[in-house]
Design a binder for this molecule. Structure first.
Ligand code: MLT
Ligand code: ZN
Length: 463
């Protein structure tokens, strides 16, 4: 709760109708998609300008109140959870797209622009914004930047980082910085833009960004393949990637398929079920390329890596196949999944997944464990479902025990303990799996420079 004097000084910055203290709003805006932490926001505020954000940060420094920057709150690591009486700064009213530069192929977005709105803007202007994921209808550009969002086309276009030409940020000490000015070339020392990308709101708030756009992709072909063995998946990846340009290379397990089919009231796409499926989107601008895709499919069948497959015959079929992959996360949300989001080098994946499968079968005999993810990036989402009769705390505790083993394996393979979901609260205490002690000490130092009073997203990323 804010004290009377904290509230009075806050009301001097924003009109009262943009300061919300009621329990419903505090609950709604005080959490993201994670359900492992109880939200405890003191207030939700809605600035509409950079000046207001700056005034809020200055107020927080004087009042000694933490700030949680808030975008679409679709995160999965608790990075946008206000768990200790912070003020949530929602940037949703700063949602203007302007400053389109067709020659530079960049566009200026305020932080609260919805990802899908930027995608649509690009399309309307004959261009393409390629970062895409299931939550693009509600996630916001500022949040995507703060978490360096990935998604389904990283194998072709990279993460959000690749698409940020410039940033306007308000640092934790209340300075407004223009980072990189939207330039294509600017070799003038430390590029703070890259510090803010993926900083999870711990250095300041991203308030505006200049985003890069590109050519629309050529015509594509979508295939779904069934695989008896996960360890063959990289052979399939190699076969298709050597012959064609991949737009996406995703996978999921049969258990994941079962859940998504049930949630979507859909029927299985292939007559025969196998333990794993790969969903590929290939650039196929010519009949030759389609022929190439079919040749690679036959080759994978001959090798026994793949036993069946379907090639979408229309846009509608392609969309339906994609639903099977993109619908998984929502389908399992009611089971309060314990999520892992790990990655290793793609060259290490066959050996890594063999070891991981053995470990999970041994240590999770009683829980449903689903596999899916962006396997073309070496990124696996392992989701353990909570049985209805288990208390959340007991379930979390049981999963954390196994997690120790999973992360030991990730460390052995020099992988990442959070490939795309970020660190937030949920993964914070595991940072040392992937980052060295020297790294972490320097991260603390950087944080102290930008946020000397520790008001920015306290407790996230670093303990
Ligand atoms: C996905 O790949 O579907 C998203 O990262 C969400 C999730 O992991 O549940
Ligand atoms: Zn993902």
């Amino acid at each position: 709760m804010l004290t009377v004097s904290q509230l009075t000084s806050l009301q001097a910055i924003l009109p009262v109708d943009r300061i919300h203290l009621d329990a419903n709003m505090c609950k709604r805006y005080g959490q993201d998609w994670t359900r492992y932490t109880t939200p405890q926001a003191a207030a939700i505020v809605f600035p509409v300008s950079i000046e207001e954000v700056q005034a809020l940060v200055r107020w927080a420094n004087v009042a000694g109140v933490g700030i949680v920057p808030s975008g679409g709150r679709t995160g999965l690591s608790g990075g946008a959870v206000a768990a200790q009486g912070e003020v949530v700064v929602s940037l949703e009213r700063m949602n203007r797209i302007d400053g389109f530069d067709p020659l530079a192929r960049t566009v200026r977005c305020q932080a609260g622009v919805i990802t899908a709105a930027l995608q649509q803007f690009a399309t309307d202007n004959g261009l393409y914004y390629p970062v895409d994921f299931a939550s693009s209808g509600s996630s916001q550009i500022g949040g995507n930047i703060a978490t360096n969002a990935g998604g389904i086309r990283v194998v072709r276009y990279g993460m959000t980082r690749e698409w940020v030409a410039g940033l306007t940020v308000v640092t934790g000490s209340g300075e407004v910085l223009e980072c990189n000015l939207g330039l294509a070339k600017n070799n003038t020392g430390y590029d703070f833009r890259h510090l803010f990308i993926g900083s999870e709101g711990t250095l300041g708030l991203v308030v505006e960004a200049t985003m890069r756009l590109t050519d629309p992709p050529p015509a594509t072909t979508v295939l779904l393949l069934a695989l008896p063995r996960l360890e063959d998946i990289m052979a399939v990846f190699h076969a298709f990637r050597s012959a064609l340009t991949l737009q996406a290379f995703e996978f999921f397990s049969d258990l994941a398929l079962t859940h998504v089919l049930a949630a979507e009231h859909a029927t299985a796409p292939l007559a025969e079920r196998q333990p794993f499926y790969v969903l590929l989107e290939l650039e196929a601008p010519t009949p030759d390329a389609e022929e190439q895709a079919l040749q690679q499919f036959s080759r994978c069948m001959e090798q026994g890596w793949v036993t069946d497959g379907v090639l979408a015959q229309s846009q509608q079929q392609a969309k339906a196949l994609w639903r099977l992959r993109e619908g998984i996360s929502a389908a399992i949300t009611p089971f309060t999944p314990y999520k892992n989001d790990i990655s290793v080098l793609v060259s290490q994946l066959p050996v890594f997944v063999t070891r991981l499968q053995a470990l999970l079968t041994r240590d999770y005999p009683d829980f449903e464990v689903l596999w899916y993810g962006h396997i073309g990036d070496g990124n696996l989402h392992i989701n353990v479902l909570k049985p209805v009769d288990w208390a959340l705390a007991d379930f979390q505790h049981a999963c954390e025990q196994v997690n120790e083993q999973v992360f030991a394996l990730v460390a052995e393979f020099a992988g990442s303990m959070s490939a795309e979901h970020g660190v937030g609260l949920l993964k914070r205490d595991y940072l040392a799996v992937t980052r060295s002690a020297a790294d972490i000490a320097l991260m603390r130092g950087v944080r102290a420079v930008f946020d000397p009073n520790g008001i920015m997203n306290p407790g996230k990323l670093l303990a």
